[in-house]
Design a protein around this ligand. Sequence first.
Ligand code: EPU
Length: 336
Amino acid sequence: MEVQHNISLKNHNTFGVEAIANTFIEVHNEKDLVDIFKQGIFKEPFFILGGGSNILFTKDFEGTIIKINNKGIQHFIEGNNIYITAAAGEIWNDLVWYCIDHNFPGLENMALIPGTVGASPVQNIGAYGVELMDIFHTCRAFDSYTGEIRTFTNKDCAFTYRDSIFKSKYKGRYIIMSVTYNLKIHTPLNTSYGSIENELVKRSISKPTIKDIAEVVSHIRVEKLPDPTTIGNAGSFFKNPIIDVNKLNNLLKIYPDIAYYTLDNGLYKLAAGWLIETCGWKGKQVGNVIIWKNQALVITNSGKATGIEIYDVSSLIIKDVQLKFDIELEREVNIL
Ligand code: EPU
C-alpha cells in the first residue's frame, strides 16, 4: 500500500480540474483497507475514488483520497443464471466486453459508460433502456465505521434512478470491494431505445447479436458525448427530473413538444437536456466552460476551467431552468 502526500488530482478526475489531496492512498485488496482502518484514517475526512468520472472537485481535499484499484473478474454458470463477480477497481467497459467475449447478454446497452465496477451500484448506472439494478445480485463492502465486511443484496441497496443507499443513508460509510451480477443466458435484447433501432437499420442489421448492440451503443455514445480523455467532462451533469401528471399537463399546455418518458409508477421523467437546450444553453461558452453542442446535459471543461467555475455555470443553468419551467434540476455529479 503506497501512501503519498500533496498529490494533484488532475489526472484522477475526468473533468481534468486541478485540486490537491493532502494524502492519497491506492488500495489493491481488502487487507489494505484493514490497515487503513487500523491506522485510524477513516476517523478523518476521506473520500473513495473510482474512475473519477462522476466527481467535480471545487477545492483542495483536506483529507485522504482512497483510490480503489483491485482487479479480477470471475464467473460461474448455474442453469440459466450467469454469476459474474468483478473487483471494484475493474473498468466498467472492460467488464462489458468480458461479457460480450463470453457471449453473456445483459450489459451490452451499458457499453462505454465511463467509470469503475465499484461505482456501478453507487450510481445505479444506466443507459439505453437498461439499469444496473436490473442485473445486480450482491456486492461486498467494507464498513469504514466497524472494519467489517458486509454483503448487500439488491433489495438492501434501495436502488432508484441514479441513486442507491450508498449515496443516501450510507453515504461515505461503505467501500465497495466487488460486485456480483446475475445475468441470464436467455435474455431478450433490448433495442427499444429509438437511437439503437435507427442505427441498426442504418447498418442493415435485422438480427443483432449482443456484440452488435454494444458496438451500436458505443457508436451512439461517441457521436453524442465528448470523450473525457480529450475533453474534460463527467457525462450527464444533472439528473432527469421526475414529475407528476399535473405538472406535466401544465407544461404541455405551454410546451407541447417537451421531451419526456412515462415511468411505470405513474410519474414522468423529463429530458433535462431538452429543458437546458430550450433555455438556450446548448453549445454556449462561459469563460472556460462549454455546454456540449450535441447533448446539453453535459458540461465540459475547455481546458483551463476550475472546478468552482464549472460549478458556478451549473448553478446558472439550474436558475434558468427554474425560472422558465419551475423545475429544480438536481446535480448527478458528486460535488466535493
Ligand atoms: N434532448 C434534447 N436536447 C439535448 C439533449 C437531449 O432535446 O441537448 C432530448 C431529446 O429529445 C432526446 C432526449 O432528450 O431524444 C433524450 O436524450 P438522450 O437519449 O441523450 O438521453 P438523456 O435522457 O438525455 C440519459 C442518461 C445518459 C444516457 C442516456 C441514454 C441521465 C441523467 N442521463 O440521458 O447517461 O447515456 O440517457 O440512455 O439519466 C450519464 O449518466 O452520464 C449519461 C450519459
